[in-house]
Structures are given as structure tokens and as C-alpha cells.
Ligand binder design. Structure first.
Ligand SMILES: NC(=O)c1ccc[n+]([C@@H]2O[C@H](COP(=O)([O-])OP(=O)(O)OC[C@H]3O[C@@H](n4cnc5c(N)ncnc54)[C@H](O)[C@@H]3O)[C@@H](O)[C@H]2O)c1
Ligand SMILES: CC(C)[C@H](C(=O)O)[C@@H](O)C(=O)O
Ligand SMILES: [Mg+2]
Length: 355
């Protein structure tokens, strides 16, 4: 039986935890396919119990598992902690330790949610289906030196370092080219090469690699223009590759195109398993504990895990269809502004009935 390291984390992570268990049970009952959920502490809850946002045992268990499933970490309670005692530090260490350098964030607009998009109906009427690949293990998030330093005159200076290796850029971009080949053969690389050395190296590596993919139409865009083009005409994109921080920002922007951050799943892959699965959203403190969180990002992340770690595309496909059928019924959590608003548990149960 597959073993999944299960890290519900903080805030709505705790509300969505039950949803994952319900789906695991239903998948076992309907398809005879089972995976074990080994629940482990991470984030704020782990800081409170173990004084560490990623306790060594959690990391050890994750590395021994077939896949890692995380929901969300963070919250105001820990916002003033020192950097290494913040929930987010646990998540970043996990990503780095698993070396999952390619974060796949599919952005798909359901035809039942066009009313929710921040764009005009005529822009999204034809639908929207793009994939953002975000590099996840280098860049400003991990570069050294970093820190806040006091100068001799008593003033302070804060330093973060953006660093990228050509090896990582190449491995990452290759996944983008391969994905583009399996879709519309169109790839947009987003950088800031007019200003940053990091981006100049990025562009050089991507350009060189493109020679091995003559069929792929490659475009380069500066990140500021990419943010603009995403709103003007998102359908000009198919696969986007970009570095860590740009990808973080562009994917939240893309959530507004499809209506809610509660809809976006992600998979983070590397050279070796286990891969890491997590919704794009965070712990949403203002709705935590209220049975209001949208479970779709979590359900779609389960689908990605079934597809990419367990080779069960059939079940993944059925899960995605069950969500579509449920939305077609005009029901959804509060963020979806449907005819009928229901809670997290109730919505998850409706999806299960449609599976
Ligand atoms: N992967 C992660 O664990 C992750 C990702 C992003 C943010 N965070 C952390 O989460 C905390 C809150 O951050 P934030 O407010 O900037 O981002 P957030 O993603 O938690 O929330 C942003 C907005 O989206 C809404 N939202 C998010 N998920 C939703 C869902 N499933 N259903 C309905 N609405 C949803 C929230 O209510 C809020 O309005 C911070 O501590 C941050 O560091 C963690
Ligand atoms: C919580 C935070 C560290 C994280 C990130 O910036 O990567 C989040 O915003 C995300 O998108 O997964
Ligand atoms: Mg983010």
C-alpha cells in the first residue's frame, strides 16, 4: 500500500484535513485503491508542540513516504517569531530537502464559474487553461547571505540574495519544454532580464535548451509585462516557466482569473520521489475553523497525487469530473458566490456523491 506523509498544518489546513480522509476512504471503497495517511506535525502547530516548524521526525517520515501531502501553514500567532521559528520556514525547508524544484500550478476556469472571474465574460467565455511552472528551490527564497544587519552608525540594512544555478534552471526548463510538447507547443519564459543577472542567465539557459525543441514556440516576457498580459489576455499563454518569487506572485494573480484561490492545486516534482502536493492557498486565518474553506484545491491536489505519484489517472479524472458536476448543480462554498452556498464538509460530501 502507498504511504502518504500527511501534513494538514494550520488554519484551514485543520478544516480540510477531514476532507482528505473522506476522499481516501471513498477511493478505497469505490476503486479498491488504498493509500495510508500518516499524519505528521508541521508549521505553527509543530512550533507549539516541538519548538520546530519542521521536526526531524516529520522530515524523516516524509523522505520515507511515497508522496507528501501538505495543506497549509502559517497564521498571525507566529508572525512575529524569529525567521527560523516561523511556520513558513518549515515549508521552505521541506521543499528544499525533498529537492522538488518544479512546482506545477494548473490554472483552469470551470465553465460553471465564469461569473466569478475578475475578467469580462467575453475574455473568458472560451475558457482558460494554462499551467504555471514555478521553480521552487532557489532564488530569493534560499540565496545566501541573508539577514538584517546593524551598520556602524546604528542604522539597519536587510539583505536577501537572489541566486540561480544553470543546472537547476536547465532541469526545470526541460520539464517546461516537455510539457509544452505534450500540449500546444507554446512556452513563455518569464524573467526580468532587463535588470537582473539571474534572469540573464535564466534566458541564456532557456534559449540554449530551446535548440533541442525546435517545434516549441518560445517567448520571453519581463515579469511586469507578464502580470499585465495575464489580465489583458490570459489565453495567449499555455505553459509558463518562471523563477520562484515571480511564480508565487503570478499564480495568486491567476487565481483571480479563475475566481478563487480556493480552486488551485499544485504538485512539486523533482528528480526523485517523493513528490509534494499542496493547494496553492495558505491557512486563510479569517475563515479558519468556520467550515467555510473551499475544498476544491485540496481535492484537485489529491487528483494530481493520484496522477503523478500513483499512476491512477483514471481516478484523478473521475475526481475532477465529480467537482465539475457538483459546480454544475449551482452549489459551492462562500467564495464561489453560487446560487446555494454550503459549508466545506457539505460541499465535499456533494462531490463524493458525484464520484
Ligand atoms: N502553502 C502554504 O502553506 C501557504 C501558502 C500561502 C500562504 N500561507 C500562509 O498563510 C497565512 C495567510 O496568508 P494569506 O492571507 O496571505 O494567504 P491565504 O492564501 O491564506 O488567503 C488569501 C485569501 O484567499 C482566501 N482563501 C484562501 N484559501 C481559501 C479557501 N480554500 N477557500 C476560500 N477562501 C480561501 C482567504 O480567505 C484570503 O482572503 C500566512 O501565514 C501565509 O504565510 C501558507
Ligand atoms: C507560505 C509561503 C512560504 C509560500 C511561498 O511563498 O512559496 C506560499 O505563498 C505558496 O505560494 O506556496
Ligand atoms: Mg503563494
Amino acid at each position: 500500500m502507498y504511504k502518504v506523509a500527511f501534513l494538514p498544518g494550520d488554519g484551514i489546513g485543520q478544516d480540510l484535513k477531514e476532507v482528505v480522509k473522506l476522499f481516501r476512504d471513498k477511493i478505497e471503497e469505490k476503486y479498491g485503491f488504498s493509500f495510508e495517511l500518516n499524519e505528521l506535525p508541521i508549521g505553527g502547530k509543530a512550533i507549539d508542540s516541538f519548538g520546530d516548524p519542521l521536526p526531524p521526525d516529520t522530515l524523516k517520515e516524509c523522505k520515507k513516504s511515497d508522496a507528501v501531502f501538505l495543506i497549509a501553514v502559517g497564521g498571525p500567532k507566529w508572525d512575529n517569531n524569529p525567521p527560523n521559528l516561523r511556520p513558513e520556514a518549515g515549508l521552505l525547508k521541506l521543499r528544499k530537502s525533498l529537492n522538488v524544484f518544479c512546482n506545477i500550478r494548473p490554472i483552469k476556469l470551470s465553465k460553471h464559474l465564469t461569473h466569478l472571474s475578475c475578467l469580462k465574460c467575453e475574455t473568458v467565455d472560451k475558457g482558460l487553461d494554462i499551467i504555471i511552472l514555478r521553480e521552487l528551490t532557489e532564488g530569493l527564497y534560499f540565496g545566501e547571505p541573508r539577514g538584517i544587519y546593524t551598520q556602524p552608525d546604528g542604522s539597519k540594512v536587510a539583505i536577501n540574495t537572489m541566486s540561480y544555478s544553470s543546472t537547476t534552471i536547465e532541469k526545470f526548463a526541460k520539464i517546461g519544454f516537455d510539457l509544452a510538447m505534450s500540449r500546444k507547443k507554446s512556452l513563455t519564459s518569464v524573467d526580468k532580464a532587463n535588470v537582473l543577472e539571474n534572469s540573464r542567465l535564466w534566458r541564456e539557459v532557456v534559449e540554449n535548451l530551446s535548440k533541442s525543441y525546435p517545434e516549441v514556440k518560445l517567448d520571453h516576457l519581463y515579469v511586469d509585462n507578464a502580470a499585465l498580459q495575464m489580465i489583458y489576455n490570459p489565453n495567449q499563454f499555455d505553459v509558463i516557466i518562471t523563477e520562484n518569487l515571480f511564480g508565487d506572485i503570478l499564480s495568486d494573480e491567476a487565481a483571480a482569473l479563475v475566481g478563487s484561490l480556493g480552486l488551485l492545486p499544485s504538485a512539486s516534482i523533482g528528480d526523485n520521489k517523493p513528490f509534494l502536493y499542496e493547494p496553492v492557498h495558505g491557512s486563510a486565518p479569517s475563515i479558519a475553523g468556520k467550515n467555510m474553506a473551499n475544498p476544491i484545491a485540496t481535492i484537485f491536489s489529491i487528483a494530481l497525487m493520484l496522477r503523478l505519484s500513483f499512476e491512477r489517472n483514471d481516478i484523478a479524472f473521475d475526481l475532477e469530473n465529480a467537482v465539475e458536476k457538483t459546480l454544475e448543480m449551482g452549489i459551492g462554498t462562500a467564495d464561489l458566490k453560487m446560487k446555494n452556498t454550503i459549508g466545506t464538509r457539505e460541499f465535499a460530501n456533494e462531490v463524493l456523491k458525484n464520484l
